[in-house]
Write a protein that binds this ligand. Sequence first.
Ligand code: 9MJ
Length: 681
Amino acid sequence: MTQDMAENRAEEHPLVLQATALRQQLNHHNYRYYTLDDPEISDAAYDQLFAELLKLEQASPELKTDDSPTQRVGGEILPEFQSVTHEQPMTSLDNAFERKQMTEFERRIVERSAVSPVEYVVEPKLDGLALSLLYEDGVLVRGATRGDGTQGEDVTANIRTISSIPLCLIGEQIPQRLEVRGEVFIAKADFEQLNRQQSAKGEKRFANPRNAAAGSLRQLDSSITAKRPLSFISYGVGLMQGGASYSHYNQLMEQLAHWGVPISPELKVVKGVAACEAVYLDLQQRRSILRYEIDGVVYKVNDFALQELLGFTARAPRWAIAWKFPAEEATTTLLAIDLQVGRTGALTPVARLKSVEVGGVTVSNATLHNEDEVQRKDVRVGDTVVVRRAGDVIPEVVRMVPEQRPENTQIWVMPQQCPACGSSAVRELDKAVVRCSGGLFCPAQRKEAVWHFASRKGLDIEGLGQKLVEQLVERDLVQTPADLFLLKLEQLSTLERMGPKSATNLVESLQKGRSTTLPRFLYALGIPEVGEATARSLAHFFGDLPPLMEATAELLEQVDDVGMVVAQNIVTFFQQSHNRSVIVALQRAGVQWPKIEQQGAVTLPLTGSTYVVTGTLQQMKRAEVKAQLQALGAKVAGSVSTKTTALICGADPGSKRDKALSLGVPVLDEMDLQQLLESDY
Ligand code: 9MJ
């Protein structure tokens, strides 16, 4: 039974009426969502309507219709796909790869038709699978793949699970028979999610969205297809019987959209090759930000009468052409995996490749991102690999081709040392990135380190901009920040854009910079994740550099702002002898700062106070008292002095009590102690 038949019976039963109304609402919201991309209600509200209809149909199965939106879950298992003969062949498209071929295409049309300039409809060329959908009296009755163009496969059960394919058309003047053609595909974000799910289930990941779409459509069990995020966009009509006629392609496409069939939101009407090229360049530029993969732009003569006049060749229409983008993927051989050291010390595995043309340029290096990615993709030297270069994005190795792996390949392991300076390569907790820990010394990080050191929040050396730092490092006048302070006026004067006046000013700025503060100095060192605020907290906690350099991760974690990761970064940084040498050189060059009144754990209530405990206590052991006082931030000393905040005195005190009294140090008994410890801080 279809919705139409159900409507005819609607008067018979109020439940039929209710189910019909729910279906109409759901179809309307599907149209708003998939065709207009402009939903009127939230997903939750849609789900609620859907659940209502499902409940109704489950309670009274005779209410179900074939075109009910509830019938998308799949379940039918086929022994094989039936063959379908297309009533009108599904042709492919001729390709153009450069403007010249487009001009040639237009010239042939003008020659045959004497129409100039030619009007075209432009659509992005979706990279999926061609599909034919047959609607009879507005109801979807069959879906078929293109196959060889003459015969395809009947995939009706599968395509019924695709939410963007309407199970019945809505609106006016629906033809008796209508064959809608278009592309099934998987959007980029859906593809990523699908692959994450595949990995989580321990199943094979798909190589690309097109393969995933093809695999999903060719399932004999449609409940599997139902779980795959397939989408559909229409780009034409095969046969159309009954109903109005249409003179132009864009007019027909607009009508399709009104019937609830999704069409490309990028569809445009243009005249002449120059306008075609403008759209091509625009789409090529936006290619990477589109929701789905496209591999070119399709141009179709808009006027149906002109299309008819032009006709078909053996394989394709003469009225349409696809201007392809340069291929974004290519295969080549992986010659080596090197580590590249970034300006901030991040170590990136880079693939050295046998040169290959990708996306219109020659590529011989591609990123492998990080250690985890190399492992996940199991890429090895000697492998044949797929390289991808999308738009302006850095070329990357997408995967290796297992069938072409030579014998005796070695699993790649991340080196433990920075290739540029030999410092330890350290992986941050919970992060995929491995960093060189020789920030002050590493040649690859020199420019960044020196510039950061001299920056405004660092030692604030006026006149030492990025360009100047680059020159100093490139001419080997500066290797570490300490070398800045050894620069001579004569050396500076030889630099580009550096007159005697600027050179003198810079020497003066450097002299001024020598006297700094501990927070600035700590920030200037460029320890990963130690920013201005953390540098300040560290300076106030430790008071000077030596105790900080020797601090353990546990102690560092007591500082405000410092968690496990930052604490470990600090420990590793100061463990590198290279970094320590630079610090010594800086101090020798005269860099200095005043000590800071040590605040220690500044937030604790008894911080800054010193207690002495004497005599026998009744309630608590002496060690316990000591621990509790320390936990509140107090120091516990062994002898009384003028610096003692108070003496805590039990039974039978000795000379300490007398000394306290003589120095005017307050004496507390056990009751006072309890109050001190239990105060509501
Ligand atoms: C794609 N793949 O996006 C056609 N196509 O027209 C568009 N394919 C086509 N049109 C006639 N937008 C045959 C194929």
